[in-house]
Write a protein that binds this ligand. Sequence first.
Ligand SMILES: [Zn+2]
Length: 201
Amino acid sequence: MKTLLIIDVQNDFMPGGSLAVPDGDKIVPIINSIQHKFDLVVASQDWHPQDHVSFASNHEGKSNFDVIEIHGKPQTLWPNHCVQGTDGADFHANLDTQKWETIFRKGTDKDIDSYSAFYDNGHLKSTGLTGYLKEKGVSQLFLCGLAADICVYFSTYDAFKEGFACFFIEDASRPLDFEEFEKLKEKMTYLGIQIISSADI
Ligand SMILES: [Zn+2]
């Protein structure tokens, strides 16, 4: 079963949002144009409480994009974003959600961040996405969304580790850090994850 997993296409990651990804809005019409090609479409939504550990505002004396250590692992501190129930946490208004069967929320635990739609950053707790996809009989998983070098990458990496054949749709994703994304593309290709264009689907 051919499945599309759309990662975090939310207002705070759009131009003008609190954690804007350059040209993040450009992917919306592309994602809308490919959804009909899939048997199953699911999405993830970054969904943080106000007191979330990843927000610089919750750490006295720290600034946005500082890196601190949490549970022995580096954590980048972000501007407040995707706070539960706010407009910033909503999906882009033009994004077609009609075909979506369900939405997996992540980053809901205030004490740990969750870049991947499958696990938190410490791999301590699963969102249940692997079990859901396996029960549905998903074999090929296509991923896209924001940001390409962070949440889409970590979701793709986890999906690959969980045994899905993974396809990263490059033009339906946009990175926060272009140089970092170039390195990650090389790593994904090395692993056997296919980097494709929406025209290839
Ligand atoms: Zn977040």
